[in-house]
Design a protein around this ligand. Structure first.
Ligand code: ADP
Length: 176
């Protein structure tokens, strides 16, 4: 049987999973890094969908998540979550990062989806130390999957080799 958690090195915008997760900023109106790449690949329909969400509920706080259609992407939906900005580790960053993963998983399930791909949330411009962030990502997802059967596939998408190796090492210690 395929393990439910996998690591892939590459560009998250190319994946034909049910949901890709965007490491958004609170404005939900696009930005750099993976956010910029997702908006470029999805086209203007994604920005319009984000604008509508913003009009309904305002900005997205760190740790929270919202869902939109996926425009031109091969995925069916995009979940936009906001990770914490790293401020040295004493500002609740770890809990907020866990919340970002957990709320994204719950939102995917609530919409009936069974496969999801995550970028390494907060490890770019937001400055979260990579090894610590990868550990939180894998542990939070693993804890969730052991309790919940719906999600069949969770892919951690890494942009560079260093991050890929970090995740690969962590995944060998997991059994889900
Ligand atoms: P944040 O603001 O949450 O730190 P970033 O987009 O700056 O978000 O970076 C998050 C992670 O996404 C980084 O590890 C970065 O290397 C990675 N990344 C950037 N572009 C892509 C992409 N197209 N696909 C997958 N990961 C990406």
């Amino acid at each position: 049987m395929q393990p439910r958690m996998q690591v892939v090195q590459g560009d998250i915008t190319t994946l034909a999973v049910d949901v890709i997760v965007n490491a958004a900023n609170p404005s939900l109106l696009g930005g750099g890094g993976v956010d910029g790449a997702i908006h470029r690949a999805a086209g203007p329909a994604l920005l319009e969908a984000c604008r509508q969400v913003r009009q309904l509920q305002g900005e997205c706080a760190p740790g929270h998540a919202v869902i939109t259609a996926a425009g031109n992407l091969p995925a069916k939906a995009v979940i936009h979550t906001v990770g914490p900005v790293w401020r040295g580790g004493e500002e609740n960053e770890a809990h907020l990062l866990e919340d970002a993963y957990r709320n994204s998983l719950q939102l995917a399930e609530a919409n009936g989806y069974t496969s999801i791909a995550f970028p390494a949330i907060s490890t770019g411009v937001y400055g979260y130390p990579k090894a610590a962030a990868a550990e939180i990502a894998v542990n939070t997802v693993a804890a969730h999957l052991t309790r919940r059967p719906q999600l069949q596939q969770v892919i951690f998408v890494c942009f560079d080799e260093e991050m890929t190796h970090l995740y690969q090492r962590l995944l060998t210690q997991q059994s889900v």
